[in-house]
Design a protein around this ligand. Structure first.
Ligand code: ZN
Length: 231
């Protein structure tokens, strides 16, 4: 076990278990897993016993996401969140508790006792992606004359295949500066995890607000496929 962050999480599991759960929580495997949309997850097997969904002991595994770079301290609030799930399932045998009233009450109690703000959902804004997950994505940037910056994301394949349709839609549009770019940067790789990658380039396209910084980052790291107002 040469992974210092995983060792830290396992060590903290022991410590939090003894301190805040009377040492009642079972010892469970803790490992890395690519989850993308969650920072961690507790998985287990349940079966119906006498008409009630029941936890099967020794089937629980806790996994932490590998997508983002975090310090070892940043895993502690996430670990506490997951430990409440362990408590609900393994100790209270409530396999459907999820983030219900019971969970919320325990979260409030533990946040007060630990002084750690236990997250309810995962806030990934501001986190850096690990290098290996920086992948190209096609950004359709649209800057309206009134200054609104918007974007839509396509896969690189969709953008390449449908650039003709995009040209048809936007080439005579003087009110929108539209660019289709293949962008490879951490900022846009992160966006690709947060907003849908679309298949349509027509009126059904969903647009999302973009900041000037995000646009500048796209321009800096782009291979421009098409621009309706080339400079
Ligand atoms: Zn949860």
């Amino acid at each position: 076990m040469s992974d210092p962050i995983l060792s830290h999480i396992q060590h903290k599991y022991e410590e939090f278990n003894n301190r805040y759960f009377k040492g009642e929580l079972p010892q469970i495997p803790i490992r890395w897993k690519k989850l993308k949309r969650a920072s961690a997850v507790v998985e287990f097997t349940a079966a119906t016993v006498k008409g009630k969904k029941t936890y099967i002991p020794n089937t629980m595994v806790m996994s932490f996401d590998t997508t983002y770079v975090r310090t070892k301290e940043e895993y502690e609030p996430i670990l506490l969140h997951e430990m409440i799930h362990v408590y609900d399932v393994a100790i209270r045998n409530d396999v459907i508790a999820n983030h219900g009233a019971q969970f919320l009450a325990k979260r409030r109690e533990l946040s007060a006792r630990t002084g750690i703000d236990i997250p309810l959902t995962d806030n990934i804004s501001g986190l850096q992606l690990k290098n290996e997950t920086v992948k190209p994505v096609a950004v359709v940037a649209r800057i309206r004359n009134d200054g609104l910056y918007a974007f839509a994301l396509l896969s690189v394949n969709t953008a390449t295949a449908k650039v003709g349709e995009i040209v048809k839609s936007w080439s005579n549009d003087t009110r929108n500066h539209v660019q289709v770019m293949v962008v490879t940067s951490p900022i846009w790789s992160r966006k690709a995890l947060q907003v849908p990658i679309q298949r349509n380039v027509n009126y059904k396209m969903k647009w999302f607000k973009m900041t000037q910084e995000e646009y500048d980052d796209a321009r800096k790291n782009a291979n421009v496929l098409w621009d309706n107002q080339p400079t």
